[in-house]
Design a protein. Sequence first.
Length: 216
Amino acid sequence: MIKVAPSLLAADFCNMEKGVRKMEEAGADYLHCDVMDGVFVPNYSFGFQMIEGLKKITDIPLDVHLMITQPERYIERFAQAGSDIITVHAEATKHLQRVLKQIEQCGRKPAVVLNPATPLDMIQYVLDDVDMVLLMSVNPGYGGQGFIPVVLQKVRDLKAMIDAHGKEIDIEIDGGVNFENAPKLIEAGANVLVAGSSVFNDPDPALAVKRLRESK
Ligand code: DX5
Ligand code: ZN
């Protein structure tokens, strides 16, 4: 089953609840929440207070993508705020396995994410510690950027790596996902698609979610 995770970065920040309701009506599987600290990425977005607020108004699982340095400092707070999945960048911490265990100990689903240029080797020895691997298909920091084509091969390589490992692990893709590349990503092995602009900017978000989910 393919899951679609609309990114709230593309919502109107002054009308966040409206954006959430729109995505509920559209049948989103997760709400992708992009947390940026202005250091790991050259942009700011929102923090745990937003996650806390979202948790109060919706039952859609919150897929929290932490684009912050040393995420170990804030795992507990993001867990308490109501994150369901917590994804940390392998590039952002010196002790990746420890952070992933920290997420698990907080009762949340641990996931790891790699920037486009980061090799898959970085996560070879933490597959037992994650429920999901996220591959960035843009350099993180902004919505609305173009998909980096070489990531398609990276998805195939990751799928082979996960199959060889034997554990069931979701493969999520984030950045520039659209109707054109979604079928190729799914064929390559992705099963969770993050979509910011392609869902929020579509006049019919429900149809956009359905089209992405059923991409062939
Ligand atoms: C980029 C974020 C993405 C972004 C995706 O730093 O991690 O989640 O919102 O937006 P689109 O789908 O517009 O590339
Ligand atoms: Zn993201």
